[in-house]
Design a protein around this ligand. Structure first.
Ligand SMILES: *Cc1c(COP(=O)(O)O)cnc(C)c1O
Length: 394
């Protein structure tokens, strides 16, 4: 069983593919035909790796969290994606895709964003590499995420509000797709997670796979073996998790754990736990697990963390779930908050709320004293200070 690579049509088992309107065929086909050739070329890799090192600040540390390890009686290592430029893993993908777009002769970049993190990463890559950048964002999200909107504008991006439907992420996606149909020759659509039509899930997973590549090298150096006993990551669309799992999915002795956002609880009607609540469906161009009503209407998800507030999951992860290659935990808002404060107290690291869902698995599962447990700290908590402040006052 191959977990890592989709087949030629973009399928991971029964999940994936490219379900797109006919008018998008030329854009998507151009990508399908060219992406591997370009990103595997030596010339591309030289430029990309140089930027990851000297601009993003990679390799990110693999930090042995001594105090947290003592508390949970196991050996915990944190992969510090929070120390990347712009504060999360998203820049790994945004830079890669903008470099790819340049080689495809594109001059204009579009993206959609919910919380604004992917919009900021994309606007950053465009400022650096000199491309026009347009970010679609739900009107409601624009109001909720003012600091990130300001960042994008300062970086030179145009932020266009999506005013239809619920005025949130899925409406922004629809606006971005419409733009791409209208501007097929000049424009590349930078998708921010391992979702969307083939080849996006594979493309994004490859750019994020630097995370597990480094983990292997760093473990070899620190403990004399490349494989940990467990890897744990949070899953929104699933890009930091795909990067964390990528070089381990074919290694049988490595156990894989994904943390989804349970919101107020999986049975509460306010949740984003897609593997618990989702059924087979098509969302944003690929077949996967989707939170939907019986007649296929997407159900609005809920999570305290904007980055996990998504009603689908990438096909890579749906496949891991279906084949039981990964174990999925649903972490509620309260549990994530508790873990955020615990990490801050014990290790002096304020994590993103998303990453705190991965940390909360420590409370749900018992690990052995000698187990090597690697947790992806996908981002830093600066953007979540308002939520943390509210929690401290209550
Ligand atoms: C966006 C984001 C996520 C969720 O996205 P994935 O594609 O599932 O990784 C997780 N953590 C942080 C810090 C984010 O910004």
């Amino acid at each position: 069983m191959n977990y890592k690579n989709p087949d030629e049509h973009g399928y991971y088992g029964e999940f994936g593919g490219a379900f797109i309107p006919e008018m998008l065929y030329p854009n998507v086909e151009e990508l399908q035909k060219n992406y591997l050739k370009i990103i595997e070329s030596e010339e591309f890799q030289n430029e990309y790796q140089d930027l990851l090192k000297n601009y993003v600040g990679r390799a990110t540390p693999l930090y042995f969290a001594k105090n947290l390890s003592q508390k949970y009686h196991t050996q915990i290592y944190l992969k510090r994606e929070d120390l990347n430029h712009t504060g999360a893993h998203k820049i790994n993908n945004a830079l890669g895709q903008v470099l790819l777009a340049k080689r495809l002769g594109k001059t204009r970049i579009i993206a959609e964003t919910g919380a604004g993190q992917h919009g900021v990463a994309t606007a950053t890559a465009c400022a650096l590499l000199g491309l026009e950048c347009i970010v679609y964002m739900g009107e409601i999200d624009i109001q909720r995420q003012a600091p990130n909107v300001a960042r994008m504008k300062m970086l030179g991006a145009e932020v266009i509000p999506a005013t239809s439907g619920s005025k949130t992420l899925k409406d922004a996606v629809n606006e971005a797709l419409r733009d791409w149909i209208n501007n097929p020759v000049t424009t590349h659509y930078v998708i921010g997670s391992v979702v969307g039509p083939h080849p996006f899930p594979d493309l994004v997973a490859r750019f994020q796979s630097i995370i597990s590549k480094e983990i292997r090298e760093q473990l070899q150096e620190k403990i004399g073996r490349e494989n940990p006993d467990y890897v744990i990551a949070c899953v929104g669309g699933g890009s930091n998790a795909a990067g964390t799992f990528y070089h381990f999915v074919e290694e049988k002795e490595v156990k894989i754990i994904a943390a989804e956002a349970g919101g107020l609880g999986v049975d509460s009607g306010k949740s984003a736990a897609t593997t618990f609540l989702g059924t087979l469906g098509v969302l944003h161009g690929s077949k996967s697990l989707v939170m939907q009503t019986e007649d296929g209407q997407v159900i609005e998800p809920h999570s305290i963390s904007a980055g996990l507030d998504y009603p689908g999951i990438g096909p890579f992860h749906a496949h891991l779930f279906k084949e039981k290659r990964a174990e999925f935990f649903s972490i509620n808002d309260e549990e994530a908050l508790r873990s955020a404060f615990e990490l801050t107290k014990l290790e002096g690291i304020i994590p993103a709320l998303e990453s705190s869902h991965a940390l909360a698995v420590l409370d749900k599962k018992k690990f052995g004293e000698d187990d090597i447990v690697v947790i992806c700290l996908s981002g830093r908590g600066d953007k979540d200070m308002e939520t943390y402040l509210r929690e401290m006052r209550s």
